[in-house]
Design a protein around this ligand. Structure first.
Ligand code: SF4
Length: 421
């Protein structure tokens, strides 16, 4: 395989950084034909505001649209299918991306989730259980696809960047199926049939900590661009000082032969990796093995709730409540039967609305448990349920607020310590 090229630009002005990153690769005209139809795919997976770093920043999306316009395409479409259970248009609204895209002159915004004109594409040599995928016709018939992810921590894949962002071109059912198979291999299979002409990564304020949506923004201050998504992901990981050999994603990339990730197979233009290097705290390298003192029963759970569970474990550590609650059993996701070996009463916490079924089975069997509801549950509640053993201490809104504020300070301090180690 020929060497891949990735450009890196350090700075603070999104517009200039995006333009310079693409200029290093030969300019936008090298990627976009005059009179073409271009689809731009940001990461707008959750209804979170711009400052949260959950979604691609609106400034970067606007800068990409303005840059693409310089190549005089006939039509530019912004398209997204948000995370399972999320409303795409709501995500585009709250993230600030809809307004930024409209101000930058986008021609059309499309919600892939509600698209009815779908085409089934067979995967030629699948490495996962996925053999075919349904994709919107407009996406397949577009002349160009420009992928605009943000780099962030992700519970299912350790990190989310170029390749992971592509999962937002499928509807909820395929999204769900991909999560239920080997996700890294499924990403490679999807990446084999949906290949962006250009990927531009927002690493200006990426997310560390408990992604995909409870993480913390970090000031890294760079933009990456290139064609090879694997090379871009590898470069972003090197900037974040994430050890590639520990991430399953790159084993799957090797098996699929989808792109380059070895350092000597990637030519870096613009700034060097060393000039922008910034260690990010990405807590999912060890998965749930990082919390061996607790008993987890996880079946078909969304990444959002898995992230929340990791976050909860860390919160217990930060509040010095981890050791005193050791041995707790936690059920997450959709279980067809009561998991074997599970304990009951105040030794069992069921997290999330989809645990309702297993809770009913327990009740039928005359057993009790703690249950924190929500889809997903609100962020501090699982930790509070564990600490208070089902009887929340904060009784009125003011007490709740006060407890939240005090714990947040302790958690942020703890997080800083983790990021430094
Ligand atoms: S409660 Fe269940 S369905 Fe809802 S986000 Fe959590 S795991 Fe997914």
């Amino acid at each position: 395989m020929a060497k891949s090229i990735v450009s890196i630009v350090k700075g603070i002005d999104a517009e200039k950084m995006v333009e310079q990153a693409v200029d290093h690769l030969g300019g936008v005209q090298a990627f976009i034909k005059r009179g073409s139809t271009v689809v731009i795919k940001p990461n707008a997976g959750h209804e979170s505001p711009p400052e949260s770093a959950v979604n691609t920043s609106p400034e970067v999306v606007a800068a990409v649209i303005r840059l693409v316009k310089k190549a005089n395409p006939a039509r530019i479409i912004l398209a997204e299918s948000s995370a399972i259970g999320c409303n795409t248009m709501g995500c585009l609204e709250v993230s600030g991306i809809r307004k930024a895209a409209e101000d930058a002159g986008i021609d059309e915004i499309r919600d892939i989730k509600s698209d009815t004109d779908l085409v089934t594409k067979e995967i030629a040599h699948p490495t996962s259980d996925i053999t075919r995928v349904e994709l919107p016709r407009f996406l397949l018939e577009a002349d160009h696809l420009v992928n605009v992810p943000i780099f962030k921590s992700h519970v299912s894949m350790v990190f989310s960047c170029a390749l992971k962002n592509l999962k937002g071109v499928v509807q909820d059912m395929h999204h769900y199926v991909m999560h239920c198979t080997n996700l890294a291999a499924a990403m490679m299979d999807l990446g084999d049939i949906v290949r962006p002409d250009l990927t531009i990564v927002d690493m200006i304020r990426p997310m560390e900590g408990f992604g995909p949506h409870s993480g913390t923004p970090a000031d890294v201050g760079c933009v990456l661009a290139g064609r090879d998504m694997v090379a871009i992901d590898a470069t972003a990981c090197r900037i974040a000082e994430l050890p590639l050999e520990k991430v399953e994603f790159f084993d799957a990339a090797r098996e699929k032969g989808l792109g380059n990730f070895d350092e000597d197979q990637i030519e870096i233009l613009g700034n060097s990796i060393d000039e922008v290097k910034h260690k990010l705290y990405l807590p999912y390298l060890d998965g749930f093995d990082a919390w061996p003192e607790y008993n987890f029963y996880i079946e078909k759970a969304c990444s959002t709730c898995q992230g929340l569970l990791s976050f909860t474990m860390s919160k217990l550590k930060s509040l010095d409540q981890y050791d005193s609650n050791k041995g707790l059993h936690i059920i997450l996701g959709r279980h067809r039967k009561i998991p074997e070996g599970v304990e009951f009463g105040k030794n069992l916490l069921i997290m999330g609305d989809c645990g309702e079924g297993v809770k009913k089975r327990l009740e039928k069997a005359g057993k009790t448990c703690m249950h924190v509801t929500g889809c997903p549950p609100a962020e501090p509640l699982p930790a509070w349920m564990i600490i208070d053993r089902g009887e929340l201490q904060a009784a009125n809104p003011e007490e709740v607020r006060q407890r939240h504020v005090e714990e947040e300070l302790l958690f942020k301090e703890w997080l800083k310590g983790q990021a430094r180690t």
